[in-house]
Design a protein around this ligand. Structure first.
Ligand SMILES: CC(=O)N[C@H]1[C@@H](OP(=O)(O)OP(=O)(O)OC[C@H]2O[C@@H](n3ccc(=O)[nH]c3=O)[C@H](O)[C@@H]2O)O[C@H](CO)[C@@H](O)[C@@H]1O[C@H](C)C(=O)N[C@@H](C)C(=O)N[C@H](CCC(=O)O)C(=O)O
Ligand SMILES: Nc1ncnc2c1ncn2[C@@H]1O[C@H](COP(=O)(O)OP(=O)(O)OP(=O)(O)O)[C@@H](O)[C@H]1O
Length: 509
């Protein structure tokens, strides 16, 4: 869960007017009322109506947005888009109502048109996969800046447009917000948008009708089974991004079976493959590690290239390789080989990236690190990355989020016991679930622990203080799971809690 929500509200006066009839045609809607009414902009929350917009009444988890249609129109919305249930809930409305059978299909195309089809005026970059999306969009931003371009960024940690940035609520925003951010990016003269595309967003049609210039696939491992139920469904959601309907150029890491299946099944129009190992692929990458990060070596259509990157670990080598190959692949398709050569020339001096809450170093002795690892694959990879550089003990503090994938909880406990010397089990973000029951499920995986290896402390703040107080100067303490998050959703309501702040307090005790 992330606090905030995007404040990016484009200048409505600069958005081209479009008619209800045109919006209805894009959204496949039946119009009740005057189809000649003109709209500009689209919003799904009545509290954000400024005047003249289309109100996008989405069915929600708690309430149907149509309940607020009247209020939206009173605030100045000039038309309402909703489904049949919403039309009934909305009742008599003093504005045309556009009725569709499925809001997930309709909200994107309608919002895009109402915001002036902004994605068509930007180079669009999409990244998907279980782990690495946030890191990769930051890498893409760094690459594009080195090329002298002006990218906007949309992801889990924040949304950045020009000089403005704001915390994100969703990894991939809902269609009205997404299209408003893109319209802001156009108004701020951004050249590109780099964005994370979650599997939820793909399942729910949130990015429609964008057709990305280039997309990248990282990896697929267990997560989000609360939503997708099976890995096959989770895979099918990701696969969509690589079909010609959603993207023009595709880059796929083929080191897991899912990547190989995407390469085979997507029918991507201009697909290139990348391997960090010896899988058959168009590009191969390897790396050497040094104190400041890695030096990445890439061999592929652009020849042999080396790029230093300030991020540690084999998984960050994969993240960096994917970002660079995405850039090379798109430049090659659009501007030819000389543009690719210019790219490598610009980045050969190195890429410098700081991703909040990802391997974020809080102190050196003891080494305290905050990382967003919250699923089995990420937790395993981060512990394995930290082990060789830890002289003393490797201590991990973790829990698991409530109202999310439950199957991963004991697996997380098991990985922690296998790969760390000491394990603190505590609360993550319980949401409305019983925190003790979540901790018990994580503890189930620690049955084979050595005596004294595992300690349970419910309160995360207390647990962080205990873990850091216990650590010696040669130890590493990994505070896993919440990364950049600043609010802990507890059953009794949200509490302010930033692992990085608590760690610094504990270090000064
Ligand atoms: C389950 C889910 O998808 N919830 C999303 C949903 O909230 P909700 O269903 O609770 O909305 P609601 O309160 O019932 O309201 C329904 C509608 O009425 C409108 N409304 C509501 C109140 C009001 O006074 N006026 C008003 O107009 C709302 O704007 C909304 O359109 O609509 C919100 C606003 O657009 C989203 O932020 C919220 O995402 C929540 C935070 C979420 O956790 N979503 C998950 C499932 C998700 O999408 N995750 C993926 C992947 C993350 C990852 O990779 O880890 C993501 O892309 O974020
Ligand atoms: N390529 C990778 N493979 C496995 N683990 C990774 C990889 N990249 C990052 N990680 C781990 O996963 C965590 C989350 O990384 P990042 O935020 O970049 O991924 P994400 O896909 O955006 O995750 P989420 O969708 O959950 O926000 C990192 O803190 C790190 O522990």
């Amino acid at each position: 869960m992330h606090s905030g929500g995007n404040p990016f509200m484009p200048d409505l006066g600069k958005i081209e007017l479009t008619t209800v009839e045109q919006v209805a045609s894009a959204a496949g809607a039946k119009v009740i009322g005057d189809a000649a009414v003109q709209v500009r902009g689209a919003v799904a929350d009545n509290r954000r109506v400024r005047g003249g917009e289309l109100f996008v009444a989405m069915p929600g988890e708690h309430v149907h947005g149509a309940k607020f249609a009247k209020a939206a129109v009173e605030a100045g919305a000039v038309a309402v888009l909703t489904d049949r249930e919403g039309a009934e809930i909305a009742g008599e409305i003093d504005a045309p109502v556009l009725v569709v059978s499925d809001m997930n299909q309709a909200a994107g195309p309608a919002s895009s048109l109402a915001w002036g089809r902004p994605s068509e005026r930007l180079n669009t970059w999409g990244v998907t996969g279980t782990n690495g999306k946030t890191t990769i969009v930051y890498l893409l931003k760094a690459i594009l800046r080195q090329l002298g371009r002006k990218p906007a960024l949309i992801g889990t940690v924040d949304v950045e447009v020009g000089d403005m940035n704001a915390g994100a609520r969703n990894t991939t925003p809902f269609p009205d917000e997404l299209q408003a951010i893109l319209a802001s990016a156009v108004q701020s003269s951004c050249t590109d948008v780099v964005m994370e595309v979650s599997s939820h967003a793909l399942s729910l049609g949130r990015v429609r009708p964008m057709r990305f210039d280039v997309v990248g696939f990282t990896n697929l491992t267990q997560d989000h089974l609360d939503f997708h139920h099976t890995m096959e469904n989770y895979f099918q959601a990701k696969l969509r991004l690589f079909t010609p309907e959603l993207s023009k150029n595709q880059v796929v890491i083929v080191d897991d079976e899912w990547g190989r299946r995407i390469a085979e099944e997507s029918c991507g129009e201009n697909l290139t493959t990348l391997s960090m190992g010896d899988a058959e692929a168009d590009w191969h990458a390897s790396y050497s590690e040094h104190a400041g990060g890695i030096t990445l070596t890439l061999d592929g259509p652009a020849g042999h290239q080396e790029v230093p990157v300030n991020l540690p670990g084999d998984y960050n080598a994969a993240n960096s390789a994917l970002a660079i190959v995405m850039a090379a692949h798109l430049l090659s398709a659009e501007a030819g080989e000389s543009a690719v050569a210019a790219l490598f020339d610009k980045i050969s001096g190195g890429l410098e990236v700081h991703v909040p809450g990802r391997m974020e170093l809080i102190s050196a002795n003891p080494r305290v690190i905050v990382d967003f690892a919250h699923n089995p694959d990420a937790t395993r990879k981060v512990l394995k990355t930290l082990r060789p550089t830890t002289k003393g003990r490797l201590i991990i503090l973790l829990g698991s989020a409530g109202q999310r994938d439950q199957e991963k909880r004991p697996i997380l406990g098991q990985i922690a016991c296998e790969l760390a010397d000491k394990v603190y089990i505590t609360d993550d973000d319980p949401h409305e679930e019983d925190p003790a029951a979540i901790r018990a499920a994580v503890l189930e995986g620690t049955r084979d622990a050595k005596p004294g290896q595992v300690i349970e402390i419910a309160d995360r703040r207390e647990a962080i203080v205990a873990a850091i107080t216990e650590a010696g100067p040669d130890d590493t303490v990994l505070l896993a799971g919440r990364g950049h998050e600043t609010i802990q959703p507890m059953p009794d309501g949200p509490v302010e809690l930033d692992d990085r702040v608590v760690a610094r307090e504990a270090l000064s005790l």
